[in-house]
Design a protein around this ligand. Structure first.
Ligand SMILES: Cc1cc2nc3c(=O)[nH]c(=O)nc-3n(C[C@H](O)[C@H](O)[C@H](O)COP(=O)(O)O)c2cc1C
Length: 368
C-alpha cells in the first residue's frame, strides 16, 4: 500500500487539482486545518499583492464523506480567484470575442532563472506563457492541500511535521524584515533556507534495500521537486564533510524507559536511508526569485534582438511560503513511507500495525 499524488493546474487557469490515492478509510479530515495551511502558504513578509486576491480554500470533489476518507481516491481542488482577470488569456478553449484582460498578449521575453527559455525551446512554444504558467510555484497550493491531508494521517501515529525559516537573504531573526525592505527598495529579490523537523518518527521508515527506497533520497527528491529549491541538507549535511568521524556521528545510548536513543542528532534522524528514531531534520536552500522589477538582460524570442526580461507582478521573497510547502513535501514523503510500512485498508489497521511495531522495537517516541 502506497500513497500517490497527481496534480494539475496552471498559475492563472481556473483551478489547481490534486488527486491522492492510497489513503486508508476512516481518516477524519478537518477542512479548517487544510485551509489554515493554504493560508500559511500565502502569508509572509515580501509576498506580492496577488496573495490578497487569492484566498485559497480547499474543495473536496471525491473520496470523502461527512469528513472521513472512504479509502478511495481523494480529489482536492483549489480555485484560482485571479482567473477572473485572465478568463480570456487563460481560457482552456479558444476564447470568444475581443482579446481582453491579462494574458491576452504573448510573452516573448524569457526571464533568466525561470523555466521560460528552456520550456519554450523544449515544447516548441510561441508564447512563453505556455511554459511559465505550469512552471510557476502557484501549483504548490495543491501540494500543500495534499500535504495537510497526510499531516492528519501522520498525527494518528504521533508524528508532527513543522517547517520554519532558518535564514532569508543571509539574515535571520529580526534582521529578516530589514533585508526584505532593502531588497524591495532596490527592486530586487531574495532567497533563503528553510528547515523542516518531524517529531515522533519511528525507526524503520525507508530502506537501504534499493536507491529508490532510501528515505534520505526520497526526502531530497521531494524537496528538490519544489520550485527554486537548489540544495538540500540532511541533518548537519555539508558541515559533516568538514568533521572527523569521531565528532560527526551520534553515539547510541540506552535507557530502560526510553529504549535506544541519541544525545546528538547530526544525522538528522536518518542512517542507511532509514529513519533511526530521532527527529528527522532536513533543510532546503531557495535561490532568489527570478522575476525582477529591474529586469536582467534577455533576448526577445520573436525578433532575436537583445531586450529586458519580462516584468510581472511577483514576490520579493517567498521563503516563509517555502517553509510551508517544504513541510507539506516532507509530510507527504513520511506518510508515503509509513503507508508502505504499516499498510491497512482501514485507519484502525494502520494505527494498530504501528502500535504493534513500536511495541516490538526497543524505542519510545521522544516527548517534546
Ligand atoms: C512558494 C514559492 C513562491 C514563489 N513565488 C515566485 C514569484 O512570485 N516570482 C518568481 O519569479 N518566482 C517565484 N518562485 C520561484 C519560481 O517558481 C522558480 O524560481 C522557478 O520555478 C524556477 O526555479 P527552478 O529552476 O527551481 O524551477 C516561487 C517559488 C516558491 C516555492
Amino acid at each position: 500500500m502506497s500513497l500517490a499524488l497527481a496534480t494539475a493546474g496552471e498559475s492563472h487557469g481556473p483551478a489547481l487539482v490534486a488527486i491522492v490515492t492510497g489513503l486508508p478509510a476512516g481518516l477524519l479530515l478537518d477542512r479548517d486545518a487544510i485551509d489554515r495551511d493554504l493560508r500559511r502558504r500565502q502569508e509572509g513578509y515580501g509576498r506580492s499583492p496577488r496573495q490578497q486576491i487569492e484566498t485559497d480554500e480547499v474543495e473536496v470533489l471525491a473520496g470523502v464523506r461527512h469528513g472521513r476518507t472512504l479509502g478511495t481516491p481523494v480529489a482536492l481542488v483549489v480555485r484560482n480567484r485571479d482567473h477572473a482577470n485572465w478568463s480570456w488569456g487563460m481560457s482552456p478553449w479558444p476564447p470568444e470575442g475581443e482579446a481582453r484582460g491579462k494574458g491576452a498578449r504573448p510573452v516573448t521575453l524569457p526571464r533568466p532563472g525561470h523555466a521560460d527559455l528552456a520550456g519554450t525551446l523544449k515544447y516548441g512554444l510561441a508564447d512563453v506563457r505556455d511554459a511559465l504558467e505550469r512552471a510557476s510555484a502557484r501549483q504548490t497550493a495543491a501540494h500543500v492541500a495534499a500535504g495537510a491531508v497526510t499531516k492528519a494521517l501522520l498525527r494518528e501515529i504521533g508524528v508532527e511535521v513543522e517547517g520554519t525559516v532558518a535564514e532569508l537573504g543571509g539574515a535571520s531573526g529580526d534582521a529578516v524584515r530589514d533585508a526584505i525592505d532593502a531588497a524591495r527598495s532596490d527592486r530586487d529579490t531574495l532567497g533563503g533556507v528553510v528547515e523542516v523537523r518531524a517529531r515522533g518518527v519511528p525507526p524503520g521508515l525507508g530502506s537501504y534495500a534499493t536507491k529508490d527506497d532510501r528515505l534520505d533520497a526520497r526526502l531530497g527528491a521531494a524537496l528538490l521537486g519544489i520550485q527554486a529549491v537548489k540544495a538540500v541538507e540532511i541533518g548537519d549535511g555539508f558541515t559533516l564533510a568538514r568533521m572527523r568521524g569521531s565528532e560527526a556521528h551520534d553515539e547510541i545510548l540506552r535507557d530502560p524507559e526510553r529504549g535506544v536513543f541519541r544525545e546528538t542528532n547530526r544525522a538528522g534522524g536518518l542512517e542507511g536511508g532509514i529513519s533511526n528514531g530521532e527527529d528527522v531534520v532536513v533543510r532546503a536552500a531557495m535561490k532568489p526569485l527570478p522575476t525582477l522589477m529591474r529586469p536582467l538582460r534577455s533576448v526577445d524570442l520573436e525578433t532575436g534582438e537583445p531586450a529586458d526580461a519580462l516584468v510581472e507582478r511577483s514576490d520579493v521573497a517567498a521563503v516563509e511560503a517555502l517553509a510551508v510547502v517544504a513541510e507539506a513535501a516532507v509530510a507527504w514523503e513520511l506518510a508515503r513511507a509509513a503507508r508502505e510500512k504499516f499498510g491497512g485498508d482501514a485507519l484502525g489497521d494502520f494505527v494498530a500495525a504501528h502500535a504493534a511495531y513500536v511495541e516490538r522495537v526497543d524505542w519510545q517516541p521522544r516527548t517534546p
